[in-house]
Design a protein around this ligand. Structure first.
Ligand code: ARG
Length: 466
């Protein structure tokens, strides 16, 4: 084993346990592309600033490109003794191109290097999440369009509340995931800041030009304080909190799918290819995918809590604790990404049972609010209309009748204002059609919202080059 690159001031070699304990290579190897891209940009900048010769730059850049090829082809051995991906690549570079490889780390520290790698990695992840979220939003909008006139019971307290159209219910999820995309873009603004050149914490004595590095790596901004730049993981926390909200939304949708898939609700049919059976009960078809998405939500919250807690007591500037940001971050990325993709695909194959939805929409005195509104339109104050309607509902419960079963003479017992037109007014179709206030469930409005959403998705796809 070659000597450690930092071993100059050490008399004894590192304890084996310490090597294993402190190594991060098992998980940070996945930063290799970002690490190499960052090193190439750094090296070119050193060349442009006259700190390295052209020839040196060429040797280093070629060596790094070759190492990238080795890693991609599985020809690279990741050794615990080399601690992390930065040391592994640098050591290999020196092995390959000799002493000149040792010039790469001029005016740089692993502290600003890891901050750069993580920002580059997260920037790519944010773009891939935006694409995944778009596919999910497409699935949602397609369902909303298919069911833009399908009446279902709307719930509050999980009790029948007022009729809505299913398209409107689905578009509620569109709004949530749209906010998630916006949150990620906002997080991108603060992730997209170039920290290299901060070195260990204080900056460097070499005449570097950080702007060159930033341009090469397409960063619009430079970090403005070297101490902050190597200590800051706010962008990780922001990303994890955006991911937590994505999971929260996916989990609520999953919960509804699980509920709607029960024989008691029987609103929806999840495709066989997204369910599994039971090893003992032959009749079972379980909604495992939404259950697992719901279950995995806790993991992503856990990642957020881990990083928040890891950060809270750290003095400035870099501390090794910061290495603990990676495993929760990577796990949250893998988990959230997989959950978005699976939900998008599951929704693509979902079908709703329209007859059942309508059947349930007609239960539970669901148009009682419309009945009260009817009286208000005839100039009865809403509070009084509410009371009268409540009494009618009570009467129906006692007589085991629905609102629309009552004949006019029965209704008139409660208020003289009722006339024949009340029956049309309290039909579920009329109920949804009349809810035309902006953002309401009237199918005409829902269709407009769907059209707008489709335009938003087209624009976004152009921007993301999907
Ligand atoms: N592997 C470390 C991390 O993930 C980066 C290296 C900085 N190490 C150091 N001893 N200064 O944060």
């Amino acid at each position: 084993m070659a000597k450690k690159l930092w071993s100059g001031r050490f008399r004894q070699s590192t304890n084996r346990l310490v090597e294993d304990f402190s190594a991060s290579i098992d998980f940070d190897w996945r930063l290799f592309r970002e690490d190499i891209a960052g090193s190439i940009a750094h090296c070119k900048m050193l060349g442009q600033c006259g700190i390295l010769t052209e020839e040196e730059v060429e040797k280093i850049v070629d060596g790094l490109a070759e190492i990238q090829r080795e890693i991609e082809h599985g020809e690279f051995e990741f050794d615990h003794a080399l601690e992390d991906i930065h040391m592994a690549i640098e050591q290999r570079l020196i092995e390959k191109i000799g002493d000149v490889g040792g010039k790469l780390h001029t005016a740089r520290s692993r502290n600003d290097q890891i901050a750069l790698d993580l920002r580059l990695y997260l920037r790519n992840t944010i773009f891939s999440f935006l694409r995944l979220l778009n596919a999910l939003k497409r699935s949602i909008v397609n369902l909303a369009e298919k069911y833009s006139e399908t009446i279902m019971p709307g719930f509050t307290h999980l009790q029948h509340a007022q009729p809505v159209v299913l398209g409107h219910h689905m578009m509620a999820y569109y709004e949530m995931f749209k906010r998630d995309s916006e949150r990620l873009k906002d997080c991108l603004r603060r992730t997209n800041v170039m920290p290299l050149g901060s070195a260990a914490l204080a900056g460097t004595t070499f005449p570097i030009d950080r702007k060159i590095t930033a341009d090469l790596l397409e960063f619009p901004e430079l970090s403005r304080n070297s101490i902050d730049a190597v200590s800051d993981r706010d962008f990780v926390v922001e990303f994890l909190s955006a991911a937590s909200l994505i999971m929260l939304h996916l989990s609520r949708l999953s919960e509804e799918l699980v509920l709607w898939n029960t024989s008691e609700f029987d609103f929806v049919s999840i495709s066989d290819s997204f369910c599994t059976g039971s090893s003992i009960m032959p009749q079972k078809k379980n909604p495992d995918v939404p259950e697992l998405i719901r279950g995995k939500t806790g993991r992503v919250y856990g990642a957020l809590m881990s990083v928040l807690t890891m950060m809270k007591g750290l003095p400035l500037a870099y501390n090794r604790d910061l290495q603990e940001d990676k495993e929760p971050l990577f796990d949250a990325i893998d988990t959230t990404g997989a959950c978005i993709e699976l939900m998008a695909r599951l929704l693509g194959e979902l079908s709703f049972k329209e007859k059942r939805l309508l059947e349930e929409a007609e239960k539970g005195f669901i148009t009682a609010t419309d009945l009260a509104d009817y009286l208000v339109r005839k100039n009865i104050p809403f509070r009084r209309a509410h009371r009268i309607t409540g009494e009618i509902v009570q009467y129906c419960i006692e007589k085991d009748k629905k609102l629309e079963d009552l004949d006019l003479s029965e209704l008139k017992e409660f208020s003289n204002t009722f006339s024949e037109d009340v029956y049309e007014f309290i039909r579920v179709e009329a109920s949804v059609r009349q809810r035309k206030s902006f953002g309401g469930t009237a199918p005409a409005l829902v269709k407009r919202a769907i059209e707008e959403a489709k335009e938003e998705l087209d624009d976004e796809e152009k921007r993301l080059e999907i």
